[in-house]
Design a binder for this molecule. Structure first.
Ligand SMILES: C[S@@+](CC[C@H](N)C(=O)[O-])C[C@H]1O[C@@H](n2cnc3c(N)ncnc32)[C@H](O)[C@@H]1O
Length: 502
């Protein structure tokens, strides 16, 4: 029987999980904050020790079984799932019973999210991970809601009430997120097993997803969406090398960064006018950095495109990361042969670095006007989705504003911006002035005295041009030169969210 195919049993399971307080907080309470931190590093030992010290609680029993992958006596599991029982859980395909002991066949854990659309909590089932398996993952492994799922969720612009395509849905998590407001969510995957999990998770959480099997945009040929979200299998993987595993969850089977290219190129045929596609991706740098960036921008064709590169790895760092991710251990012969396969593959294409980050695409109502690639590493704050949305809106507003109209515009400093001045000891004038954001991309922007003074005076009273003129008078500078110098900076600061419309 397919996973979770019995609706009545699923309803019981849902009630049991609720009653067990099987939530993110409930699990943390079951094994404590130190064990929760250790689990974040894939170390189950503190949680197992802590659970052994305590009276078994329903959340603790379920967490041991479904998160840590530890066998549990059937009678304990029966008490933790009083409505479903171990027999029901086995019928749903979640556990196997043998000699009075229950063993999990899936990972099933709570997932919580807080964003502009509110707070949400679900249960997500997926294949057991490396920690539960204690070894390398099988190639057909279906991923749960991991770090990359969270990253994509964080950068999404408001979904609105339109239609959403979640391409490569895996466990269905992005579909669940989108379904909170979207009128229709189509979730696709090339893996039938992933779709089984997505179906189970949608039903368990009472969410309607239109699930379709197929590669890339095949299942939605001829259809357009207001939003496309995808955390695709972007990991660049050597093709044709002996012993290199082809994990469906991270490798789409293309050479180099071909999968990300195909996704970006294909978006134009599937976005409704004004629609936005957002994806995580990796891209190759073959020598020249500027050419590599232009190459990614060119994939967007007729769409507006904004690439935020969050990391730039050398080939060895990249290979090590992804060889370890599959479970191969440093120091073993297998690890070394896999790293070699990755490095030879990169060398064959002249790859000198690999970029990683987010791509936002938008179907313009006329011709595309936004072509932006920026490298932004370091910590980011909350509200990146809102920052991207505000950047797109600022871009559109600014396009209609030649410099003289911009000079007549009233702007305000965003509430999360602070100014930082750095001085040589004893000097009266600062050597460096920085504007810093407390939220969104948490940008740090170096500005000169004039720009700092103009920004500082943007309090919603005077238009930017009048402020620039006043600053010029104060500094005994030419007003036209001051405007010419400061207006492009104002445009950029507005796009970046330091300034907003007053
Ligand atoms: C990194 S997982 C993302 C899962 C989920 N969307 C998330 O955010 O956690 C990538 C998913 O893409 C699927 N996939 C792999 N190749 C694909 C292809 N050619 N077309 C569509 N989906 C594909 C995998 O099966 C996997 O479920």
């Amino acid at each position: 029987m397919p996973l979770g195919a019995d609706p009545d049993l699923l309803a019981s399971l849902r009630a049991d999980l609720d009653a067990a307080r099987y939530t993110v907080e409930g699990l943390e309470a079951a094994w404590g904050p130190v064990a929760a931190e250790a689990l974040g590093r894939d170390d189950p030992v503190p949680a197992l020790l802590e659970l052994a010290r305590r009276e078994p609680s329903p959340a603790g029993v379920l967490g041991a079984l479904f998160v840590l992958g530890a066998d549990r006596p059937a009678d304990q599991v029966d008490r933790a799932l009083p409505g479903t029982g171990t027999v029901g859980a086995e019928r749903l395909g979640l556990i196997r019973l043998a000699d009075g002991v229950a063993r999990a066949l899936v990972d099933l854990r709570p997932y919580a999210l807080a964003d502009e659309s509110g707070v949400a909590a679900w249960w997500i089932a997926s294949d057991p991970g490396e920690m539960a398996l204690g070894g390398e993952l099988p190639e057909e492994h279906v991923l749960g809601a991991g770090a990359a799922s969270g990253t994509l969720a964080q950068i999404l612009v408001g979904t609105g009430t339109g239609s959403v395509l979640d391409l490569g849905t895996g466990s269905g998590v992005q579909g669940l997120i989108a379904a909170r407001s979207a009128s229709r969510v189509v979730a696709t995957d090339v893996s039938a097993r992933a779709l089984e999990f997505a179906r189970l998770n949608a039903a368990l959480n009472g969410v309607a997803l239109d699930l379709r099997e197929g590669s890339l945009y095949e299942p939605v040929a001829g259809e357009r969406f207001d939003r496309i979200v995808t955390n695709p299998p972007f990991v660049i993987t050597p093709r044709g090398a002996d012993g290199v595993p082809a994990y469906t969850y991270r490798d789409g089977g293309f050479a180099g960064d071909g999968l990300v290219e195909a996704l970006v190129r294909g978006a134009a045929d599937h976005l409704a006018p004004g629609g936005v596609a957002q994806l995580l991706g990796n891209w190759e740098v073959r020598g020249d950095l500027d050419a590599a960036r232009q190459r990614v921008l060119d994939w967007a064709g007729p769409l507006d495109v904004w690439v935020v590169e969050r990391d730039l790895l050398d080939p060895a760092q990249y290979a090590e990361t992804w060889v370890r991710d599959g479970g191969a251990q440093p120091g073993t012969a297998r690890y070394r042969s896999l790293v070699r396969a990755w490095l030879e593959d990169f060398a064959a294409r002249g790859v000198t670095a690999i970029g990683a980050g987010y791509v936002t695409l938008r179907a313009p109502r006329g011709t595309a006007t936004l072509r932006r690639f920026e490298h932004l590493d370091g910590a980011v704050g909350s509200g990146i989705g809102a920052a991207i949305e505000a950047g797109l809106a600022a871009h559109d507003l600014q396009r209609a504003l030649p410099d003289d109209a911009l000079a007549d515009t009233v702007l305000v400093v965003a509430p999360d911006v602070t100014e930082h001045r750095h001085y040589w000891p004893g000097d009266a004038d600062p050597t460096v002035i920085e504007l810093r954001q407390g939220t969104g991309f948490a940008r740090v922007r170096r500005v000169d005295t004039v720009a700092a003074a103009v920004v500082g005076a943007c309090d919603g009273e005077l238009p930017v041009g009048a402020i620039a003129d006043a600053v010029a008078r104060l500094l005994d500078a030419d007003p036209d030169d001051t405007r010419a110098a400061v207006l492009p900076v104002v445009r950029e600061l507005w796009f970046e969210g330091f300034l907003a419309l007053g």
